[in-house]
Design a protein around this ligand. Sequence first.
Ligand SMILES: Cc1cc2nc3c(=O)[nH]c(=O)nc-3n(C[C@H](O)[C@H](O)[C@H](O)COP(=O)(O)OP(=O)(O)OC[C@H]3O[C@@H](n4cnc5c(N)ncnc54)[C@H](O)[C@@H]3O)c2cc1C
Length: 392
Amino acid sequence: MKKRICIIGSGTAGLQLAYALKEDFLVTVVHSNTAENIRNGRVLSTQVHFGPTREREARFHMPKWKESDPLKSIHITIGTQKLFTGMLKEDALSVDQRLYFSECMDDLNSKGVTFQQGKVNYAFAESLVNEYDLVIDCTGKSGPLYSFPIEKDISPFDVPQRKCIVGYFEGIESNVPLGVNVTVLPEIGEMFEIPAITERGPATILFIMAVPNRELDTFKGIKDQDPFTEQMHKSVETFFPDIHKRLDKKKFALTDENAFLQVAIRPEIRKPYLIINDMLVLGCGDSVFLNDPITGQGCNLSSYCAEQLYETLVDFKHEKWDEQLGNTYWKRVKTYVQEVTEWTNAMTQPLPEHVVQMLLSGVGNQEQADAIAEWFANPKTAHEAFFQKTRN
Ligand SMILES: Cc1cc2nc3c(=O)[nH]c(=O)nc-3n(C[C@H](O)[C@H](O)[C@H](O)COP(=O)(O)OP(=O)(O)OC[C@H]3O[C@@H](n4cnc5c(N)ncnc54)[C@H](O)[C@@H]3O)c2cc1C
């Protein structure tokens, strides 16, 4: 008999796990929102799925997206000085999670995965543990539902380091070659401009990461579409002249009334396994590995950990699912989680001088520029660069 697995949450981690696990196990996804509501609801995030994540999506036969406009590069600007455009080894893609999640849910439903709608509370969470061979908490940043222990040495912050201000817009001409445009304004924050695929066609995400109470932190109390758009326009005009040059004021508008978001994340890393009532419970994705979005790693880390968890469960398919399995999963992902986390936490602080020098050395040196672009696709290399294990 196939073992029964309950995944709580239908986001990046939960959906990839459902695709990966559905052949070997009986999978139920308990989720708080219907595919239809997600599709028509508020934007959830920004996202860039880099090459390794896209390979995993292909491995698990996840939906394919129209490839007309893949992301090929990372543009880096400090202040108002454009430094370089680094080329990615493999194309990346950013699909609005409203579209991505709802398509995956409908597709999985048609492929035999059971979906059960309901917001899980703590009592329900405990009852699920007794009902299934395994529960995996994929509740994202609003989780976890189970008290996975915090890894204090890699969870240094008591408060969020940035305010995240996101809008999906029309009316901005894309940067060439198409890619993610990163602007760092030392001490006050960053802007990520990300070309994205949405239900309504191509859009440009403008994602401000504002250091709290500094000059970019100007969206406080804004709850409506028009003042949000107006404030974004002002911020772009004041701080991001390169984007402003490509912005057509007449066409500049949110893609839809739900296409904006404000949130702040307090990063926290937890050990992703627990025994409750003699049963193993696991965590995957932001519920246990929650980082600031500044390095754009959340989806990619969730996808990496989902694949490692899949491999672990398949290895233990005919064995007892106990603490040893949890520990094996944690050992498999820990180094990667730690590297992404340390790099990400470092990016929220003033950049170390040797990193500034590396960025400057990307000017006129395409090989170095490409290596820096690759930090985002292969964060191990970023960790090495930041923490000087190897010198470029
Ligand atoms: C502003 C912002 C920008 C970001 N930008 C990037 C980026 O550029 N690149 C990148 O890789 N990552 C980015 N991230 C991070 C990325 O979105 C997350 O890391 C990723 O989606 C995590 O996947 P997850 O499955 O753990 O959580 P989610 O994708 O958030 O999914 C969690 C799911 O659980 C459901 N859920 C929660 N609680 C319950 C409950 N009690 N009962 C039932 N269901 C529940 C939710 O409805 C949701 O469907 C960003 C995040 C934010 C906030």
